[in-house]
Design a protein around this ligand. Sequence first.
Ligand code: ATP
Ligand code: MG
Ligand code: ZN
Length: 282
Amino acid sequence: MSDSNITKVSEGLRKPEGWTPPSRPDPQGCEMCRAPVEAEFIEPVFWNGKPSFGTGRWMFAPICPRCQKSKDDEAKEEQEEKQAQERSRKIQELISQAGFKKIHEVMTLDNFAPLFCAETFFEIQKAWDAGKNIFITGPTGVGKTHLSVGLLKNFISSTAQRGLIRNVAEFMLDIRQAIKTHKDADLLNEVSSADALVLDDLGVERPTPTALETLYLLIDRWHNDCKGRLIITTNYDLREISGRLHDRIASRITGMSELFRLDGQDRRMLLRLRPGNADKEA
Ligand SMILES: Nc1ncnc2c1ncn2[C@@H]1O[C@H](COP(=O)(O)OP(=O)(O)OP(=O)(O)O)[C@@H](O)[C@H]1O
Ligand SMILES: [Mg+2]
Ligand SMILES: [Zn+2]
């Protein structure tokens, strides 16, 4: 466009001198509360001294600012409630897909009484909250599984991320089955892609060499990806794990985890020997 054309256009758009807007109309009633709503003037676009079609008008909002605000607040609340419902539905789904068993239902952090292991319990929680991997060894019945289940449940419900628990002996059987149907890679991917994983009772089983290889690959993948939030529970120490499984497995676990020992009395025995049960035991 040439300079003279630009000048013409800008002159055409100029507001004529002495132009005044049409007088303000009376307020209209709010459609919701009937309170008066003042008209708002829409600035005109001038063309050759006149407002161009459809501009330079007084307009009314259908509802007053107060009603508009409460309508917006209501919509926001509704949206937030929908999001909360969606999140809680997702958490329920994640919990149901995590692999918890009936016996795990009652195991929560709230009902974990760290009677014999207060300090270790606190340290484990701290490491878990920091996203570390955790290796828990200890004798039978001291709460290794209970604590891990509680941590995993908390993880899922506070992050809405995918958590899994696998009993290692059962997992070995699954692997053997998957190897037969050439689905072992899928199984490995499914488990190693979890955001948090509990491998419960490592070392009880004596796996076949191929199942052991898959377990090694899982630990190795977790190790190589520098992932956190793996809990391993076991009755064995790492030297024994090395002998029962493989030193490469024990080495990776040592390298990537915080190591803990839960001690205390066998809670299963204690539960049986409560005063109320003592007579029956006798
Ligand atoms: N500190 C605790 N507070 C409340 N209940 C506990 C506690 N520790 C263990 N229990 C209960 O005792 C029983 C045994 O606990 P759990 O299964 O966690 O033991 P474990 O250490 O995993 O044993 P194992 O080595 O045999 O697998 C469960 O019913 C569990 O809920
Ligand atoms: Mg256990
Ligand atoms: Zn109103």
